[in-house]
Design a protein around this ligand. Sequence first.
Ligand code: DX5
Ligand code: ZN
Length: 224
Amino acid sequence: MAIKIAPSILSARFDRLGEQVKEAAEAGADLLHIDIMDGHFVPNLTMGPAIVKAIRSITKVPFDAHLMVTQPQDFVKAFADAGVDDLTVHVESDHDVRATVKAIRDVGVSPGLVLNPATPFDQAAHYLPDVDLLLVMTVHPGFASQAFRQDVLPKIREARAYIDKEQLACALQVDGGINLDTAPLVAEAGADILVSGSGIFPDHVKENLRALREAAERAAYRRR
Ligand code: DX5
Ligand code: ZN
């Protein structure tokens, strides 16, 4: 399966967000990654359902919403109504993970789980048969343009091995500090979907996306 690239609009220019979404879609983005932050779970505030709704009509590219909020269960319906295709929630948030996953599925959205860099894979493993996506963070969430954490690579390999062994239909996504140098590392470790904010936006979106995809594909080919 080819590697998918999910540009994160957190690094887009917000004064022309619509245009940037269009640029990413025309450049061949497989998904559009949308970082939702509540100022509690992480020390930053970003976008809410109104923004998602406003850009929904621009493209048919699936919206991949990453919820960095304390109580994700409270926002499931609002983001589903705004038109997201998947919703990933942190195991570290304050919620009943199984219930939130079910609530996401029940509104017709694909559920996913997220692990912070310090959280062991074990904390997600038992939920994986019920989700479509596992997102492994390679930076501490909250801000774009942080340095990639090499120490997370073993966890990506561990997740890949587990998903394969159990033959789960769960995609493995990686987010944080992905650029031309680090994309090959995560692709070789077994990631299926690469999120990139500052590696793609705001300028030369098409060229950046193409170069990132090529670097990742070369590494994935070596792995296969
Ligand atoms: C960080 C966000 C990431 C961020 C990635 O909290 O979850 O999606 O936008 O940005 P880069 O690729 O610049 O690290
Ligand atoms: Zn993210």
